[in-house]
Design a protein around this ligand. Structure first.
Ligand code: AMP
Ligand code: MG
Length: 418
């Protein structure tokens, strides 16, 4: 049985990211999407702008564009009078260059006229017909946004592997990148095993249970950018299950099956994976919930591969296993640059926390920021891996390391953000 940390490292080492893979036709695993659809996608190439930003020297204020040398010494008592030769609103091309003793009326965002190097804000001026009195000496280069001062053409504006969010969309728009190269969405096949399972819209018969995992796992995968392939409920029958698993392996980058990985008489998953030529890397991890976790890799005839997670069926175990082990693998596969491991934060426990001490234990609840500090409140009700009801609104998993059996309310603990 591996420790959680060992399992995490091993799983991540099995993942070849999309950025390094070629698909069967030799293309990279990328697609072009419209700018507005690039949000939450992962950029597939470094984006470089063709032009500087600002695109040209422009004014940061409403006022007058001047030559600094003309106004360097003026003051309220000794104002400098300049001739106004032009008015330049934003969006217009200045037509005249400033000569000694001249100014141009200018507005925020407008292009500076040739020879101007400084803006005098209109509060420090007095207009008199086609002349303006400068009442205070500005700082040299004041309120000019110089061409290229924020960004120079050709530099990397946004690196490949970035998760694109609203500010990045602004940057891409500015670079006139209206079609954005992103990695394709990972395909994650999801199947639920168990004779007792029914769909949420079926009528519940004695002994049955609604397949909640299918929906919870698909939602989780969607929230990390994957396309779920829902393969539905598969009965605990060796041949049918084998067939479904084989289908899943053939069409997905990652397969998640829930149930059937314990040691019960109907737990066929590991046997099937071995029969289908899977290389089983992990069978169990010293965590609670989620101890039986099967991880296997498959090589397909076209040399592409598939990562298989056989996850316990209990709804809480299933989600905890996915948060802890599947999401990092998905993130790495998706081409995301940087750290893909879960985030653990220090928080104050609001409740006493208990664990058996033999396995790393994850207790679910709410992670909140209260007066600037993280607090963890344990979900009320039973902490049992079949109790999915009190899993609602979970935002953190408190971690009790192996050997720790109790934590007192008020103590500091590590909490995994989910
Ligand atoms: P298993 O891992 O197949 O032994 O299942 C463990 C427990 O989880 C059993 O009580 C199942 O009824 C329950 N379970 C299995 N699969 C699901 C599922 N897809 N949705 C909800 N509960 C499930
Ligand atoms: Mg089962």
């Amino acid at each position: 049985m591996l420790l959680a940390q060992e399992a995490e490292d091993l799983i991540l080492s099995l993942v070849q990211p999309l950025s390094l893979l070629k698909n069967s036709s030799g293309d990279r695993n990328t697609e072009l999407v419209d700018l507005i659809n690039a949000n939450q996608r992962i950029l597939a190439t470094d984006v470089r702008g063709k032009v500087d930003f600002p695109y040209w020297d422009n004014s940061a204020m409403d006022g007058y564009a001047v030559r600094y040398q003309d106004v360097a010494n003026c003051s309220k008592d000794q104002p400098q009078v300049l001739e106004i030769i032009e008015e330049i609103p934003a969006g217009y091309l200045p037509k005249k260059s400033l000569q000694a003793g001249q100014a141009a009326r200018i507005f925020t965002g407008a292009m500076l006229p040739p020879n101007a190097d400084t803006i005098v804000i209109q509060e420090n001026t007095q207009r008199e017909g086609n002349q303006v009195k400068i009442l205070a000496a500005p700082q040299p280069k004041n309120f000019v946004r110089y061409q290229g001062s924020y960004y120079q053409a050709g530099e990397v504006m946004l690196p490949a592997g970035s998760l694109i969010t609203a500010p990045d969309i602004a940057v891409l728009a500015t670079a006139q990148c209206s079609k954005v190269p992103v990695y394709r969405r990972p395909k994650v096949a999801i199947l639920s095993t168990g004779d007792e399972l029914i769909n949420p819209d079926a009528e519940l018969q004695p002994g049955q249970i609604v397949d909640s995992n299918q929906y919870a796992l698909a939602s989780l995968m969607i929230s990390y950018g994957a396309t779920p392939i829902s393969l539905g409920i598969v009965p605990d029958q060796l041949e049918i299950l084998k067939d479904k698993i084989s289908q899943a392996i053939n069409q997905a980058d990652i397969v998640l099956s829930t149930g059937g990985v314990s040691v019960g008489d109907y737990d066929y998953v590991d046997q099937i994976l071995a029969d289908l030529g899977g290389d089983i890397k992990i069978r169990s991890v010293a965590v609670k919930p989620g101890k039986p976790l099967t991880v296997a890799t498959f090589k397909r005839p076209d040399n592409s591969s598939c990562l298989y997670f056989g996850i316990p069926g209990n709804p809480v175990s299933a989600l905890v296993s996915c948060w802890r082990f599947v999401v990092p693998a998905l993130k790495k596969f998706s081409g995301l640059a940087g750290d893909v491991k879960p985030s653990f934060v220090k928080a104050i426990a609001k409740n006493d926390l208990k664990s058996g001490g033999k396995r790393e234990t994850y207790l679910w609840g709410q992670l909140q920021i209260v007066e600037g500090a993280y607090q963890f409140s344990l979900a009320g009700g039973g902490h049992n891996s079949a109790n999915l009801i009190n899993l609602a609104q979970t935002s953190g998993l408190a971690v009790l390391p192996i050997g720790t059996t109790a934590i007192k309310a008020g103590s500091e603990i590590m909490v995994m953000q989910v």
